[in-house]
Design a binder for this molecule. Structure first.
Ligand code: FE
Length: 196
């Protein structure tokens, strides 16, 4: 199909920026792979509650990891797709999550940031693995919106978490695929949203 991403790999392009911050952390290069698996093309990414900690007007950035920040580094990559598997460039993705102790930054924008998918519908987020907190399993909040489309608010989950079983919000369809790679967690998730 000509409108799907070809086999390619996203190479880490911001090592320079990382070293400027003096971070002694290396990220795995997460292969974003071939055409997304779209056998479920009609299934939109499920919506979930926004929760109490969303803040509008987050900074535009793909790197949430800051110097001195505790926690395991993590890189999340994927595509924003229409229900027909068409990659959606210019889609807004706004991420927010807890720190490694399970606390949200309520006064500032630590571990909060928005970005836009590239022309091929790809996005990439570098951050840390959030901590679980009272009553919740480990998760990342996100709002995704295709250009001119409706905002989809949802949450992403980590495989292999014991608390996934007891968290009433947990949904298997919102599990990221993850792999450990040299100390950092490589994660992947493709969003399927209404095209604008
Ligand atoms: Fe939360």
């Amino acid at each position: 199909m000509s409108d799907t991403p070809t086999r390619r790999t996203i190479l880490a392009g911001t090592f320079a920026a990382t070293s400027l911050l003096g971070l002694d952390r290396s990220f795995a290069q997460v292969p974003i792979g071939a055409t997304p698996e779209c056998h479920d093309a009609d299934a939109m990414t499920p919506r979930e509650t926004e929760g109490p900690f969303f803040k509008p007007a987050s900074p535009q950035r793909t790197e949430l990891l800051e110097a001195g920040m505790a926690g395991q580094p993590m890189e999340l990559v994927g595509f924003v797709l229409s229900r027909h598997c068409k990659p959606l460039g210019g889609a807004l993705l706004d991420f927010w999550h807890a720190d490694d102790k399970g606390d949200y930054d309520k006064s500032g924008f630590r571990l909060r940031g928005h970005q836009f998918s590239d022309a091929d519908g790809r996005y990439r987020l570098r951050t840390i693995v959030p901590g679980a907190y009272e009553g919740r399993t480990r998760h990342i909040h996100v709002k995704v919106q295709a250009k001119g489309g409706r905002v989809l608010t949802t949450q992403l989950y980590f495989p292999g978490e014991l608390k996934n079983r007891s968290d009433g919000l947990f949904r298997r369809e919102l599990l990221m695929r993850t792999a450990d790679a040299s100390g950092s967690l490589a994660a992947r998730f493709n969003f399927v949203v209404e095209a604008g």
